[in-house]
Design a protein around this ligand. Sequence first.
Ligand code: 6PG
Length: 478
Amino acid sequence: MPAQIGVTGLAVMGANLARNFARNGYTVALHNRSVAKTDALLAAHGDEGDFIRTETLAELVENLETPRRVLIMVKAGGPVDSVIDSLVPLLDEGDIIIDAGNSNFVDTRRREADLAEKGLHFVGVGVSGGEEGALLGPSIMPGGSKESYAALGPMLEKISAHVDGEPCCAWVSTDGAGHFVKMVHNGIEYADMQVIGEAYNLLRTGAGLEPAAQAKIFEEWNKGELASFLIEITAEVLGHVDAKTGKPLVDVIVDSAGQKGTGRWTVQSGLDLGSPISAIAESVFARGLSSQRDQRAIGQEVLQGHEVAVDLGENFVEDVRQALFASKLVSYAQGLDMLTSAGKEYNWELKLDEIASLWRAGCIIRAELLKDITKAYAADEKPANLLFAPAFAEAIGAAVPAWRRVIATAVQLGVPVPVFSSSLAYYDGLRSKRLPAALTQGLRDLFGAHTYSRIDVEGSFHTQWSGDKTEIEAEDTH
Ligand code: 6PG
């Protein structure tokens, strides 16, 4: 029997996706550049379902039913192009190439357009959930043509995570939309982890709570409105003791955060779109600063702190929880707002309720909160910003006093809270009646005749700053 899907690239993510398809009753043809990996997979898990072992891409393709579905799971960038180049001559019109890696959506758009000219479908699929998710049910965000989804979607839906019987997989929109949505998921993931880190740092440095005690606090937090995978695993990591030293593991891990690129891409793309994703950007910058270890070593010696001793108050832990929750809401609001901007820019019909629903389970940012976010965007009247949805406006409003107290305390203690504070600045910016942007416009007009609009009359205006300072109506010179 021919296979319904072929998988090439059998490192752990590819192998686990292949196993997931097989465990769900699909026949899966397997290929890897080195056959040893294919054989290792078959030796360890060959009894989990129907696999076809192949040694070359040509053999992989020969073993597939039509339209052929070939899933690539190789390193993003050049390796994806080179597998595509090898596959193209082997495929027929209507066949589908699926890139399930963390590819940059710009590449996906280019590849989709190139392959469409050749009569092939190219589907960039965002897959989240790490190794375990790939095996047991990830959150899946496919882009590409709608037509290709008809041939591919049911299979992806079957292997995805489910909530109340609904798959966490749906076609998000055309070309690179799937990878874009996954990229923004990762941007939110960065911010989510950073706010958890800021809460941990405050509780440790400010309140002197050791990791083991904090593990219990995070466990408790996971029972309330913060309930989420990342809070759950924070309790696990903080509670873990290093076997070698007997110290909390978190104390023996080097405090320099790595990054593979999706957070950085989110920020780059946010800048291109003019989308104010400040919390997400700060979380990427925080990783950058953490990894400047040489400079930090000097900074510890030469920079003065002038910290101020502060009374933390009786409810400091609860205050931190609320600050964490409010900041987390802001990062989701910014990520979703960026999706709205991207939808306009790239002509994608992104449905935010559907996207939030895909993130309810299977993915790294899965959280109870996503059920309410889904509801907020499913309402007849869609909020222009998540924070304006009545339930969220109320929830974040209730957290504001604690949020302000925590940031003020952090500033006095000299504990950096870049995402807590930039999130509050975003919130305050959104609710300000007047922003100093009016002054910015005045300055731009003075030094560059860039013009300004007036609050009382339509049109563009310029003050003749170097002349008699009268105002003239002007052509908009940006
Ligand atoms: C996921 C994860 C996954 C991966 C990140 C890690 O959704 O399953 O986001 O894609 O773990 O890419 O990214 P960094 O290495 O950049 O932290």
